[in-house]
Design a binder for this molecule. Structure first.
Ligand SMILES: [Zn+2]
Length: 204
């Protein structure tokens, strides 16, 4: 599987583009990007999906236009779907992002598995940063959204955030294979082992 990362928008939320010979997946298109749109159009012969880790404006801002331009469905954790249409909760109002309300085509529950082409995903519901935040696990690769960062953790001071809940979610991630690579919503990639040992906020 090939993985490309493209930080989008002023806050630089990481948008990931995953491709195999049978699948093309975009994770967190935070702002509209011609590169991301082109990626899905160029892979129109494959199974495709847009995945959202959570419903904050800097991760979802490009999703609806991308869906329309490329005829690709959107999936999100079941408890964050309503927030896509709530410009207060998704922080669009606070950051003057002017997002239009939308909703996903697919919602995922905890431990749900699904596949796109030959890529198999498992959904881990990891609330704490938002009530419906999820991580997507495929093989030994985790897309952690704003739950866990290299040397940091997601903020818990926005709507629905809660530190104790986030701590529990991250401790759950720490039970994954320690060699698991973690691709976060912002910043550099890390591993479960590195965060368990060195994360200054939550140790394993
Ligand atoms: Zn966020």
């Amino acid at each position: 599987m090939e993985i490309k990362v493209l930080p989008l928008g002023e806050i630089g939320a990481n948008c990931y583009m995953l491709s195999t010979e049978k699948a093309a997946v975009v994770i967190d298109p935070g702002f509209y990007s011609e590169t991301v749109s082109r990626f899905l159009i160029d892979n129109a012969n494959k199974e495709r999906l847009i995945l959202l880790t959570h419903a904050h404006f800097d991760h979802i801002g490009g999703a609806d236009s991308l869906r329309k331009n490329t005829d690709t469905k959107i999936g999100i954790g079941e408890f964050d779907n309503d927030t896509l249409a709530d410009t207060k909760r998704n922080l669009s109002d606070l950051f003057h992002a002017k997002l239009l309300p939308f909703s996903a085509d697919l919602t995922f529950s905890d431990n749900q598995t699904f596949s796109v082409g030959n890529i198999n995903f498992k959904v881990l519901h990891t609330p704490g940063h938002t009530p419906g935040g999820v991580c997507y696990l495929t093989g030994d690769i985790l897309f952690s959204g704003d739950t866990l960062f290299k040397g940091s953790i997601g903020r818990t001071d926005f709507y629905g955030g809660d530190f104790k809940t986030l701590e529990k979610s991250i401790k759950r991630l720490y039970t994954l294979d320690s060699k698991t690579t973690v691709f976060s919503g912002h910043g550099d990639a890390t591993t479960i082992e590195e965060e368990k040992n060195f994360n200054p906020f939550i140790r394993g």
